[in-house]
Design a protein around this ligand. Structure first.
Ligand SMILES: N[C@H](CCC[C@H](N)C(=O)O)C(=O)O
Length: 276
C-alpha cells in the first residue's frame, strides 16, 4: 500500500448516461490514486468497475482540480461525463450554480442552467500536435479507411460518419483504430450517423476502456465533426447506448450536458488496499 493511501478509502459511484465513474474526493489531503489502485478498482469482478476514475484535489486557481484515470491504469486528459457528474456533486454540496474546474486540459467552467449542469469542454483542436497525430495531416480528412475526422478535446478522438452506426462492428474496429500508428497516444473512436435535423446516433470505443455506454468528450468531438461535415447545426442531441447527451459548439468552447446519477458511496476495506 502506498504511504499516501489512507487505511480506509471512501469513494462514490456515479454515472452519466451509463458512462460510469468511481469518484474519490481527495480535497484537503494528498491524492491517493496510483495506476495500481486504478487497475484494481477498475476490475469489475475483483474491484468495483468503472469507465473512469475521477479524483478531486484542492486547487489554488479553481474550485477544485480533477484528474481522470482509465480502467487500464492510464490517465485521460479529459472526461466530459465525469466532469458533469462531479460538478453536479459540488454544486449540490455548496449550493453554487457556477464552478471552475482545473483539468489537464486547462480551466473549465461548469454552470447550472434550467436545472441542468453544463460544462464547457473547451475549443476543439485540429492541429496534428494537439490531437496528437504522428505527422502533419489534415485532421478533417484523416488518411484512414472511412475518411474519419480527428478532433482533440484535451484527449484524442477519431470520428467516423457512417450511414448506420448500429451496424458497425465496434468491438473489432474500435481497438484497431485505437491502436492505429497515426495516433501516437492511441485514440477514442466514435461512429455517428444522422438521425434527423440536429440529432445523431453515436457509438463509442474508448481508449484504455473499450466499448462504453456514453462518452462526453466523444459527444463533443462528434458534434464538431458533424458540423465540419455539414450535417448539423452547432447544437446537437446525441443518442448514446446509455442515454441522451447534448453538445453545443459555441464561440468559447463546446458545452456539454446530460443526465447525472449518484449511485452509492462505499468504503474500500484495508484488505483490498493492502493487496495493491
Ligand atoms: N468517458 C469520458 C472520456 C474518457 C476518455 C478516455 N477513455 C481517454 O483515454 O481519453 C468522457 O465522458 O469524456
Amino acid at each position: 500500500m502506498d504511504m499516501a493511501t489512507p487505511p480506509n478509502l471512501t469513494f462514490r459511484k456515479m454515472h452519466g448516461a451509463g458512462n460510469d465513474f468511481v469518484v474519490i474526493d481527495s480535497r484537503g489531503r494528498e491524492p491517493v490514486t496510483t495506476p495500481a489502485l486504478a487497475r484494481a478498482l477498475g476490475d469489475r469482478h475483483r474491484g468495483v468497475g468503472f469507465d473512469q476514475l475521477a479524483e478531486l484535489r484542492t486547487g489554488d486557481d479553481a474550485d477544485f482540480i480533477l484528474d481522470f484515470w482509465n480502467a487500464d491504469g492510464t490517465m485521460a486528459g479529459a472526461c466530459g461525463n465525469a466532469t458533469r457528474c462531479v460538478a453536479w456533486l459540488v454544486m449540490e454540496e455548496t449550493g453554487r450554480d457556477a464552478l471552475t474546474i482545473r483539468t489537464a486540459r486547462g480551466l473549465l467552467q461548469a454552470q447550472r442552467l434550467d436545472g441542468q449542469v453544463w460544462v464547457n469542454m473547451g475549443l476543439p483542436m485540429f492541429d496534428w500536435q494537439s490531437i496528437p497525430l504522428n505527422a502533419p495531416q489534415d485532421a478533417l480528412h484523416l488518411p484512414l479507411a472511412g475518411d474519419p475526422v480527428g478532433v482533440g478535446m484535451g484527449n484524442p478522438h477519431c470520428v467516423f460518419v457512417v450511414p448506420d452506426a448500429e451496424a458497425v462492428a465496434l468491438d473489432s474496429l474500435g481497438p484497431q483504430v485505437e491502436h492505429d500508428p497515426i495516433f501516437p497516444e492511441r485514440t477514442n473512436v466514435e461512429y455517428i450517423s444522422l438521425l434527423g435535423p440536429d440529432r445523431l446516433r453515436m457509438r463509442v470505443w474508448e481508449r484504455g476502456t473499450g466499448i462504453t455506454l456514453a462518452c462526453g468528450s466523444g459527444a463533443c468531438a462528434a458534434a464538431v465533426a458533424a458540423v465540419e461535415r455539414g450535417l448539423t447545426a452547432r447544437r446537437v442531441v446525441l443518442e448514446l447506448d446509455g442515454g441522451i447527451l447534448e453538445a453545443d459548439w459555441r464561440a468559447d468552447g463546446v458545452w456539454l450536458t446530460g443526465p447525472v446519477a449518484d449511485v452509492f458511496t462505499a468504503t474500500l476495506t484495508p484488505a483490498f488496499l493492502a493487496a495493491l
